[in-house]
Design a protein around this ligand. Structure first.
Ligand code: NAD
Ligand code: 6OD
Length: 484
């Protein structure tokens, strides 16, 4: 049986206790994962703290950034290993993992190395009463040991999205992958050693969250900052932990994202984009659409086309080229998603398609499969219209005016992302201004430029990362004032 060990101070270490990694497509155990104890977490943080003042701390910037480019090149060289590990962890189709998750993992190291190289700081000349004047300039310094707490939905993309900028800024890191998806972090540890990243700069501790590895890490006094992606209630717990010692947090949390489709849209593009945003990764994308508002004249046609599209998405194994969708991540998550499927019906939804578990071949019947599901007919107050489900499902409602759809899409506790489909430029700009979200896509979805601010408003997050905004979180900006 494959063993996934924790990686501390440049070495893979054994654990006293182990837990099982189960593949979501057949429910079989594929690996044993070492569970990091409190003393393992302490060893990882201590190693990371020590590495701040070692060769990593004194390394010229160009050398550090070249090392991160080498990390990206080594990920590319071992592309198939990363893709296989990710497929085994989350069970999604190979074409999705090979086009989104793994390439973004490499890009996250290259692009943030380039951001750090190219972003300047401020300089101000100042008059003083004695006429000699003073100069002010700012410099950036690492914040120290960064704890990186990761979710399971796009494990490699979301882990490296934090690691790339944190390491480019000169910090050292202790990563806690989700207990559901430990495999790519272990491979990344091999990559770090292969390219000569100094011992202690990159550490991985596996385990669970509350009263376990996650909490041991976020409460460790030598952790200088915590960056987190996951559920909103976990983010709130981490924020409380970070209050001790007044450590900064960056929180990327849940969403209940709306797509808004105007009658003047390019219908083919709106259908393709909304199918992707509702069902990609089996609906387990924080930016995914669970509420679709369609202008009344095209409502019926839109629903019928979405139904046809959803029914063409056949569930299957990652390597099967016919596979349109993988399973959910776990039995526990499927129980949650199916409870929402039942609740939608209980609250009066019309099931346009799906609503249950698909028939799978006997070899796959142990996996966590669910049908892509579309509902109509619910009020905005229904449970499935208000709470994040994180499954392959959406509700489609008609609307009549722009004012109405703005009010309805903003009426939610979350504020992560919206997708607006229209060919009216003035309207798209108006909508972008009033939607209460951190990211608005017009005529697209999940189109990412890593130089742009990324994050959520309301209960979807605190802070922005991406481009220079990542530097704001991962560095201390220090002003130097020189009296001449
Ligand atoms: P989760 O909050 O259950 O777990 C995330 C991580 O936090 C895991 O590693 C977990 O072990 C750890 N954890 C849990 N409790 C902890 C605690 N008390 N202290 C320290 N660590 C703890 O989230 P998940 O189920 O893995 O991910 C799905 C959620 O993530 C969804 O809500 C989704 O919307 C959100 N998400 C948001 C974004 C974004 O960019 N806003 C991106 C991806 C996922
Ligand atoms: O693209 C990104 O950088 C990013 N953080 C995506 C988040 C996806 C959520 O599931």
């Amino acid at each position: 049986m494959k063993q996934i060990r924790n990686f501390i101070n440049g070495e893979f270490v054994d654990s006293a206790t182990w837990f099982d990694k189960i593949t979501p497509y057949d429910g079989k155990v594929v690996a044993r994962v070492g569970q990091a104890s409190q003393s393992d977490v302490d060893a990882a943080v201590t190693a990371a703290h020590g590495a701040l003042s070692g060769s990593w701390g004194t390394m010229p910037l160009t050398e550090r950034l070249a090392m991160l480019h080498a990390v990206a090149d080594e990920i590319d060289r071992r592309f198939d290993d990363f893709a296989a590990a990710e497929m085994s962890d989350i069970g999604q189709p190979a074409h999705f993992i090979r086009h989104v998750d793994v390439p973004r993992g490499a890009a996250n190291f290259k692009i943030f190395a380039d951001v750090v190289k190219n972003v300047s700081t401020e300089f101000f000349e100042m008059a003083t009463p004695d006429g000699r004047g003073a100069l002010n300039y700012a410099m950036r310094r690492p914040v120290g040991v960064v704890a990186v707490i990761c979710p399971w939905n796009l494990p490699f993309l979301l882990m490296t999205w934090k690691l790339g900028p944190a390491m480019a800024c000169g910090n050292t890191v202790v990563v806690k992958p989700s207990e559901e998806t430990p495999q790519t972090a272990a491979l990344l540890a091999e990559v770090m050693n292969a390219v000569g990243v100094p011992k202690g700069v990159f550490n991985v501790v596996n385990g669970f969250g509350p009263k376990d590895t996650g909490e041991f890490l976020t409460t460790h006094p030598k952790v200088g900052a915590i960056t987190f992606t996951g559920e909103t209630r976990t983010g709130a717990a981490i924020m409380k932990a970070a209050a001790d010692g007044a450590r900064p947090v960056s929180l990327e949390m849940g969403g209940k994202n709306a797509a808004i489709v105007f009658a003047d849209c390019d219908m083919d593009a709106a259908i393709e984009g909304t199918l992707r945003s509702a069902f990609a990764n089996c609906g387990q994308v924080c930016l995914g659409t669970e509420r679709v508002y369609v202008e009344r004249p095209i409502f019926e046609a839109f629903v019928q086309r979405m139904k046809r599209g959803a029914e063409l998405m056949k569930p299957g194994l990652p390597e099967d080229p016919a596979s349109g969708m993988g399973p959910l991540i776990s039995n526990e998550h499927r129980t949650k998603v199916l409870s929402y499927y039942r609740k939608a019906v209980a609250e009066g939804a019309t099931v346009v398609t799906g609503g249950g578990i698909p028939d799978m071949a006997p070899a796959l019947s142990g996996g966590w499969w669910v049908q892509p599901t579309i509902w109509t007919g619910l009020l905005d107050s229904a449970t499935v219209m208000r709470e994040e489900i994180f499954g392959p499902c959406c509700h489609i409602s008609p609307f009549d005016t722009e004012e109405e759809v703005i009010l309805r899409s903003n009426d939610n506790q979350y504020g992560l992302a919206s997708a607006v489909w229209t060919t009216n430029l003035a309207r798209s700009h108006r909508m972008a201004g009033v939607l209460e979200v951190g990211i608005v896509w017009i005529n697209s979805w999940f189109l990412r430029d890593l130089r742009t601010p990324f994050g959520g408003s309301k209960q979807s997050g605190i802070g922005r990362e991406g481009g220079v905004h990542s530097l704001e979180f991962y560095t201390e900006l220090k002003n130097v004032c020189i009296k001449l």
